[in-house]
Design a binder for this molecule. Sequence first.
Ligand code: KIV
Ligand code: NA
Length: 275
Amino acid sequence: MHRSILDILKMKKEKKKISVITSYDYTLASLCDKAGIDVLLVGDSAGMVMLGYENTIPVTMDQMCMFTEAVSRARKNALLVSDLPFMSYQASIEDAISNSGKLIKSGADAVKLEGGSIMAETISAIVDVGIPVMGHIGLQPQTTMLSQGYKVQGKTKDTAMKLIEDAKELEKAGVFSIALEMVSHEVAEIISQTVSVPIIGIGSGVGCDGQVLVVQDLLGMYDKIKPKFAKRYMHLSEDIVKSLEDYKNDVISGTFPAEENWFSMEEDELKKLRE
Ligand code: KIV
Ligand code: NA
């Protein structure tokens, strides 16, 4: 059986750090799952790294369902959480519930949505129908139009207090976990110690209960932006481009394909053909 919500909650109680990685496709998700990552997150960051949008705003429910289905076919051990995309949950609670249901029917175990106390009622309603919810506060990429872009959150006393209040409100509303994006590490640590549900940080320091990274950032295969918080464990894009150049040169020179790559006729049949 794959990890459950209870397993993730238990990890915080036992002070075990939770590893989360984004996943969008079958091939990479299989490898993330094999590596023993605790939670696969089908983030709406898919819009940027998989579809090439400038931000996450254009991502649709249909796209999120397709990515979720692909990852769910790959997943054996991890918990699977999927993002509700922009405008799939903001307009009404009915929207939020029915779109959460679509992600669950596509194979997610839980949904994630952005917003603090303003989303508490929506979160309660989704949880009430039996769908686990992960919150997402701090930097909220779906609403950066209002807040002048991607900036560190919780650098002043007032913004720090608001973040701590939001985390408490989300816990009360029934989230099983909260993603905390680009929050000063001091505030992230306070929030992690204040609420009982696991805080999954991205760019929020080591005091969180777990960490999440975009898989393409970790593997070094998305070069468009280089966030300070994204540790690159590989520079895969360089290796990929080099391999493709090698392939192209092999095609031109006739080095590829070689005998081990092709198929032959039965010898007597070939004779008959030549007669
Ligand atoms: O979409 C995403 O990848 C996310 C994580 C960065 C938390 O929401
Ligand atoms: Na997201």
